[in-house]
Design a protein around this ligand. Sequence first.
Ligand code: NAD
Length: 497
Amino acid sequence: MSDTIGHWSDGKTFAGSSTSTAPVSNPATGVTTGQVALANGQDAQAVIDAAAAALPAWRDLSLTRRTAILFRFRELLNERKAELAQIITREHGKVLSDALGEISRGQEVVEFACGIPHLVKGGYTENASTGVDAFSIRQPLGVVGIISPFNFPAMVPMWFFPIAIAAGNTVVLKPSEKDPSASLWLAELWSEAGLPPGVFNVLQGDKTAVDALLESPIVRAVSFVGSTPIARYVYSRAAEHGKRVQALGGAKNHAVVLPDADLELAADAMVNAGFGSAGQRCMSISVVVAVGSVADDLVAKIAQRAQSLEVGDGTKDADMGPLVTRQHRDRVASYIDAGEAAGAKVVVDGRLVAVQDRTDGFWLGPTLLDHVRPGMSVYDDEIFGPVLSVVRVDTYEQALALINANPYGNGTAIFTSDGGAARRFQTEVEVGMVGINVPIPVPMAYYSFGGWKNSLFGDTHAHGMEGVHFFTRGKAVTARWADPSRRGLDLGFPSNH
Ligand code: NAD
């Protein structure tokens, strides 16, 4: 028995006319649990039209009434997040505590968006000229598209839609076809919170659905998160069609461990950030840069911890779950093969892992590779799996040069007890998000999330004030009210006096 997973449009489920579907699996069992609809152009148009129809009334609703709905959504989410975590684990594979963690980080953006009346306040200048006032306002864009990846089926959409909706836009979310059910649960929750039909819609699909959003003249802005090649494509295609676009791409996050670091803390951090969610986080640490004398000790400490992790079904108290699909599992394993063949030393080998009673799951255990070097595919490519590569260097300068030469620039971290070295790193490193003795420096909701270089196309990061600016546009008004004393013709250029 497998479910059909459809779209959500105009406040209800929508089957669409396309007969094309893709299988959705439980990665821990390997069983196909559903078939997700893949929209055709007509289906996409119907969902976009629903968002357009809901726009005028939503845009004009008072901020007080909009925020009341946001507060209700936040309360419902908080009460019922365990249900959502089950859905995430069933389709993504991550352990339940991790699924709950991603929901909490998304919820923080909902809480931030509850402050929208303050966030969209403009400025007011009295008597900019005599009897003339000047002020600024921020207005919603219209219908906006959100295209999200498989690895955070709740959090990544929540980086965007709370702010987009709070600011008066209507939304079409195109989730990943690998784990599409979380978005439908969120859509139902919005309905329960009192959001009018058509303000939040879900369009299931693949490239056809994405292209429909990128090309539609109704869609005014696109927020994308996914791999770098698709981010680059979305950025240029959306811009070509005159849209505002932020496209967040892939990552290869390095953590530098200096000789004066607390090695126990650093080893814990490498394991947590390398193997959490089976390495399928855009902020996972995938490269440990061991500086000077720390390498042997650090590798031993990471290996000992990695070997203690229990791999298994995410609903059953495991430390680490499976990879999202069999194909992805095999691809990650092939990078370990290639690294070994190129001369890296396999210190902990995740290819050997077996999980009792779950022989058909997409398993790959924590893997630690030492003596990795640039030029090996395991170093050069984003792998997106539970593989930590250790690169040994002699100096801080070499570590910095390695990171700055990398085409990605999403997250990075430094482990040290020297404040001066940490401060130098935060200034010199060419990466968008930096951790100091913090391995996964995901910014709080009131700051903005985004990488540099090939990790983000566009100039606006997600959530925080940059998110508010992305989903609104500014208008400056200059006003003079009738004042009989200032009548008369004057063709000179307006000047301030
Ligand atoms: P992906 O690029 O394969 O897919 C992302 C979205 O694009 C999905 O909705 C998918 O349906 C759509 N898509 C896929 N192929 C397409 C095509 N040819 N044309 C148009 N649309 C297409 O990414 P994924 O595998 O789902 O997610 C993992 C990737 O996302 C990793 O590279 C990871 O680093 C990245 N990611 C980045 C961040 C960040 O903040 N920078 C956050 C999370 C994930």
